[in-house]
Design a protein around this ligand. Structure first.
Ligand SMILES: Nc1ncnc2c1ncn2[C@@H]1O[C@H](COP(=O)(O)OP(=O)(O)OP(=O)(O)O)[C@@H](O)[C@H]1O
Ligand SMILES: [Mg+2]
Length: 227
């Protein structure tokens, strides 16, 4: 089976006028279809940078990223944007919902942006699985934090991305809502086969994944717990 994601000797060096930070120092990482991978590691070890490079939001300094067999560096900016929109979904710690739209509007506009048109069946399956059926007419300000993150999650997967990238998706949630959102991620993975890469600090969150990798100082130290 081909990996859905493969990175080869990935480096990211941030250069500002005074300092250089080597956030990624040769990351080799593969994710296969149907996996739910948690990436753990101490603050500043490069987790978010890895996610942004994988997602095509930031260019690596060196090395390659292959998403579904496509070398991101070989694509034009427009092609990379198209690939990102079609094949990748993002969830972040902040929910980033549009405040003037209802939950339904926030999810539907994502389907529109991804160019897939509105698919009522997919919309019904996802909103039911995420327990949002009764909340679709609410605006973000009228939803709890947990509900807002579930809307963000629906928005991220509505277009059937090959890969869902989540950066601390429960970082702003209390324990109970974290458990609900993590349970839903696991359900998306198990029932719909959604491939997921999730960054987390929290071992309890990582336990929901099917595989855990550890990062330290810009590299993956697979299997070796990072404290
Ligand atoms: N845009 C940037 N410019 C310069 N340095 C950056 C930039 N973004 C991140 N860094 C640095 O790169 C390193 C890795 O940052 P990154 O955000 O990837 O870490 P992280 O593992 O996600 O940390 P956290 O768990 O705190 O979110 C850090 O030393 C950070 O200060
Ligand atoms: Mg981070």
């Amino acid at each position: 089976m081909e990996p859905i994601l493969k990175t080869e000797n990935l480096w990211k060096i941030y250069r500002s006028s005074q300092v250089e930070v080597s956030a990624l120092q040769g990351v080799n990482f593969e994710v296969y279809p149907g996996e739910f991978v948690a990436v753990m590691g101490p603050s500043g070890c490069g987790k978010s940078t890895l996610l942004y490079v994988i997602g095509g939001l930031t260019q690596p300094t060196r090395g390659r990223v292959l998403v579904d067999g496509n070398d991101l560096a070989a694509l034009s900016d427009a092609e990379r944007t198209r690939l990102r929109r079609h094949k990748i979904g993002f969830v972040f710690q902040r929910f980033n919902l549009l405040p003037t739209l209802t939950a339904r509007g926030n999810i539907a506009i994502a389907q529109h942006i991804h160019g897939n048109g509105f698919d009522p069946h997919r919309f019904a399956v996802i909103t039911r699985m995420l327990g949002l059926t009764e909340r679709l007419q609410h605006r973000p300000a009228e939803l709890s934090g947990g509900e807002q993150q579930r809307v963000a999650l629906a928005r991220a997967v509505i277009h059937e991305p090959k890969l869902l990238l989540a950066d601390e998706p429960t970082g702003n949630l209390d324990t109970r809502n974290s458990e609900i959102v993590l349970g839903m991620l696991r359900q998306l993975n198990r029932e719909l086969g959604q491939t997921i890469v999730m960054i987390t600090h929290n071992p309890e969150a990582a336990a929901y994944a099917s595989r855990v990798v550890h990062m330290r100082d810009g590299v993956i130290v697979d299997g070796i717990p990072a404290d």
